[in-house]
Design a binder for this molecule. Structure first.
Ligand code: UDX
Length: 457
């Protein structure tokens, strides 16, 4: 057993609802949302980050990324309208009096490797060990390779025995981050210490009282829950995309197939949408890091199927490039391709490992004039892939296009009137990379409609 243990008495009912002094380290996607939500839940929150510009924006209720509901929540908690309160700092020493500090820093994929880089996590805990007076609880929320928490607990035991460690993974989805944090579908508390468990139950008192289930786990299990959940979701998406490949070969319709198998409660219809596959800052990186860690543990065979999950996902992107080239008459040279969507999914401005950008870049490299549009993600995409042409105007993107690629299912693209689109484009070719357009309506407007896994749609 690696967790520290403590036989402190269970908290009283009064203590169970008391406001805590909560620190949050790293105000990126996870941390900014977590910090704001902790203030909303009634706690006194200190948010720490090294980026002053980010803190200035957060203080003014501006989120550094697009997340529905977050600006309103930030404004509420910063203006004193919420039960709790929040302050921001670039001084780690300002966390010294916290009862509990959540570490929310990133664990990016290491360059040229599958494994995750845990340097920021390690540094955050070392810094906290030096400044937090305690007794206090440090809580890891970052997604880490299994074994990280046990290693950090050993460091704390040696350097700062007045601090306890718990691991408490998050499962928030971009676009739903605020509700996923305020009322998650479960809490996983990785600790064997009754005192740490009681403190976390106090921090999450409101959602727990509202019925969110709590699962207590050891460090290793808590760390694994997060990557196992993401591996399962990625596998589900790649499973249906593999069925799409078979449907393409056999002349089936993957959408009907997904509806049909999804009616079976044991399977379920969610995450069975075939298309260009998964991207973003979590699923691709997490399944790779999981494989790498399993390899280090000598359990690589257990996860070799995730290589195929990754491979199926990548093949879908190549498939769309092939379909688009065909739609251009066999070559992209001298052709204009309109790409609807840059974000890895709708209601997000995140372009990390976005299938849309990956496909757009391939078409560009093969000679197409590619114009990408997105309601929220153009600025982020432009910063990372300057070689593509961008516009925030859907009409401008469509104007004179030889082929239209729907790659992110924003409602405004799904709801486009194909008759109007036909008046803008040069070639009437549409490829539905998310299986969301009304094929009959697009055909009626004169388009050649192609989708993934539905050769006869
Ligand atoms: C994911 C997990 O869902 C979340 O629990 C975890 O904390 C972080 O990673 P997120 O990255 O926000 O969340 O995106 P998610 O909604 O899971 O979608 C991931 C990708 O899969 C997107 O690119 C989406 O377009 C794609 N997807 C999803 C499909 O291709 N088909 C589907 O049926 C569902």
């Amino acid at each position: 057993m690696t967790a520290t243990t403590d036989a402190s008495p269970a908290p009283t009912d009064a203590a169970a609802t008391a406001a805590q002094r909560v620190g949050v380290v790293g105000l990126g996607y996870l941390g900014a949302v977590h910090a704001a939500c902790m203030a909303e839940l009634g706690h006194h929150v200190v948010g720490y980050d090294i980026d002053q510009a980010k803190l200035d924006a957060l203080k003014e209720g501006r989120a550094p990324f697009f997340e529905p509901g977050l600006p309103e929540l930030l404004t509420r908690v910063c203006s004193g309208e919420a039960d709790g309160e929040i302050t921001f700092t670039t001084e780690v020493g300002d966390l010294k009096a916290c009862d509990v500090v959540f570490v929310c820093v990133g664990t990016p994929q290491r360059k040229g490797e599958l494994a995750a880089d845990t340097t920021y996590v390690q540094r955050a805990f070392e810094a906290l060990a030096d400044v937090v007076k305690g007794p206090a609880l440090l809580v890891g929320k970052s997604t880490v390779p299994v074994g990280t928490a046990a290693r950090l607990a050993d460091v704390l035991a040696e350097r700062a025995p007045h601090l306890e460690l718990a691991w408490n993974p998050e499962f928030l989805r971009e676009g739903h981050a605020v509700t996923d944090t305020l009322s998650p579908d479960r809490f996983v508390l990785g600790t064997t210490s009754p005192r740490a468990e009681a403190l976390l139950r106090r921090v999450y008192a409101r959602p727990i009282a509202a019925g969110t289930p709590v699962l207590i786990a050891d460090y290793a299990t808590a760390e694994l829950v997060k990557v196992a959940a993401n591996a399962f979701l990625a596998t589900k998406i790649s499973f249906i995309n593999a069925m799409a490949e078979v449907c393409e070969a056999a002349g089936g319709d993957v959408k009907v197939l997904a509806d049909a198998i999804g009616h079976d409660d044991r399977i379920g219809r969610k995450f069975l949408n075939a298309g260009v596959g998964f991207g973003g800052g979590c699923l691709p990186k997490d399944i790779r890091a999981f494989m790498a860690r399993a390899g280090e543990l000598g359990a690589d065979q257990a996860l070799t199927f995730l290589r195929e999950v990754d491979g199926i996902n990548m093949r879908r992107r190549a498939k769309v490039v092939d379909l688009a080239r065909e739609a251009c008459g066999g070559s992209f040279i001298g052709r204009k391709v309109a790409v609807l969507g840059a974000a890895f999914k709708p209601h997000s401005d995140d372009v990390r490992d976005s299938p849309a950008i990956s496909i757009a870049a391939q078409a560009r490299l093969q000679g197409a004039d590619v114009v990408v549009t997105d309601p929220e993600a153009v600025a982020n995409a432009q910063r990372l892939w300057g070689d593509l042409t961008y516009t925030t105007s859907t009409e401008e993107a469509l104007s004179g296009a030889d082929v239209v690629l729907l790659l992110t299912e924003w409602p405004q693209y799904v709801g486009l009137d194909p008759a109007h689109v036909a008046t803008l484009v040069r070639g009437t070719q549409v490829i539905d990379g998310r299986n969301v357009l009304d094929a009959a309506a697009w055909r009626a407007a004169g388009f050649t409609y192609r989708a993934l896994g539905r050769p006869n749609a």
